[in-house]
Design a binder for this molecule. Structure first.
Ligand SMILES: [Cu+2]
Length: 392
């Protein structure tokens, strides 16, 4: 039997080439992200700085400890005739290896405490508490976010983009890989200005959610009945993505966050645009719509707000989510159906849409469901009808 074992020896050239290519290509591969990224806020930069301090401390410790070990193993090996020392305790060594780590911990505790305090109560370099330029309230719902710009009176819902939502469903025929930013895209992103101190108030309406955009360097729980506070100041125009970071029910993975940071001028334009749209929405809420317009708009609203549970086909997912196709309520009295959508059904997943959607959106969605699939109510629900029920 041939007992030779082929040894796989790396040639000297091969070895040098490997080292060389590691050194040479490592910088080119930097964007693959071996390290934390710096993020785009003051706070994320502080976090990055802390991480690097600890990283270098670890590196120095590793070099000293492994260096001492390797040196001892080589210089004090048996073949050199070295005999082992026979002591078992050294008070001096024990004091040293207790005191040094304590000093390291204290050194690290100072900058990290400072960073945490700054996050809670931001101060400028002179120690003055800095003021906030604007406030945005973030509310978590199963499974979407609502953003209220408290100073501007702008407010909207932000839900998973319909492309992602369709692609995520079994048998949709759409490959998630073909969808840009799959599960990380929304219909209405949060828009904020660059270089601005923004206070963010977080709460939730049903269960605990958590608002998390990694590039900002922090995350905060959104808890029903509580208002948590955070702040940010983004230094770089761009689009930043995040997700709900608290397990919040079956669609937890489908409530992404998208923040678009605009220059101050672009942001001002966006605010004007939003206010214009609000005026238009107000006019729409106060006018008569044709049945056709209601159905067209309603299909859009339905697919973004209702299809999550009742499905685009209107078949729902019984028994959890009833079919709207053929439903007694949908084909019955208009008022009863408006009440269901405006106030929701206490204790079920059927939430109240009265505070989340405009009256015209609710009227449109209801009109759509009354005339879609096999439903043939052949009527139209006007925004005024919704307003009447809301105020009743
Ligand atoms: Cu959530």
């Amino acid at each position: 039997m041939n007992k030779t074992i082929k040894s796989c020896k790396l040639s000297r050239e091969g070895f040098l080439f490997t080292i060389f290519s590691l050194l040479f290509f490592s910088s080119a591969h930097a964007e693959y992200g071996l390290n934390l990224t710096k993020g785009v806020t003051e706070f994320s930069n502080e976090v990055y700085g802390l991480h690097m301090i600890v990283f270098w401390i670890c590196l120095v410790i590793a070099v000293l400890v492994f260096g001492a070990m390797i040196y001892s193993m080589i210089m004090h090996r048996k073949s050199r005739g070295v005999t082992a020392a026979q002591f078992s305790h050294s008070t001096k060594a024990e004091i040293i290896w207790t005191v040094i780590p304590i000093i390291i911990l204290i050194v690290v505790a100072f900058p990290s405490t400072e960073a945490l305090i700054n996050m809670e109560s931001p101060t400028d370099p002179d120690g003055e508490r800095i003021t906030m330029d604007m406030t945005i309230k973030v509310t978590g719902y199963q499974w979407k976010w609502k953003y209220d710009y408290l100073d501007e009176g702008i407010s909207f819902l932000s839900t998973l983009s319909s492309e992602s939502n369709i692609a995520r469903q079994l048998g949709s025929g759409i490959n998630p890989e073909d969808v840009d930013n799959y599960l990380l895209d929304v219909d209405n992103p949060l828009v904020i200005p660059v270089d601005t101190n923004i206070r963010i108030l977080l709460t939730a309406d049903d269960v605990i959610h958590s608002w998390w955009v990694p590039a900002f360097g922090w995350k905060r729980d959104a808890i029903p009945g509580f208002v948590n506070e955070a702040w940010t100041n983004v230094k770089k125009v761009g689009t930043y993505r995040g997700q709900c970071a608290e397990l919040c029910g079956k669609d937890h993975g489908f409530m992404p966050i998208v923040v678009i940071v605009k220059s101050k001028e672009d942001y001002a334009n966006w605010v004007n645009d939003q206010k214009g749209q609000q005026v238009v929405a107000e006019i729409k809420n106060n006018s008569e719509w044709t049945q056709n317009d209601l159905i067209n708009k309603g299909k859009e609203v339905y697919n973004s707000q209702c299809a999550l549970c009742h499905q685009a086909s209107g078949q729902g997912m019984p028994p959890a989510f009833p079919a709207l196709d053929g439903s007694v309520i949908v084909n019955g009295s208009i008022d009863e159906q408006i009440k269901t959508v405006v106030f929701g059904k206490e204790g079920t997943a059927m939430e109240s849409f009265g505070g989340k959607l405009s009256e015209s959106d609710i009227a449109a969605a209801i009109t759509y469901t009354r005339n879609a699939w096999s439903n043939t109510a052949k009527d139209a629900v006007q925004p005024q009808d919704v307003k009447r029920i809301k105020n009743s």
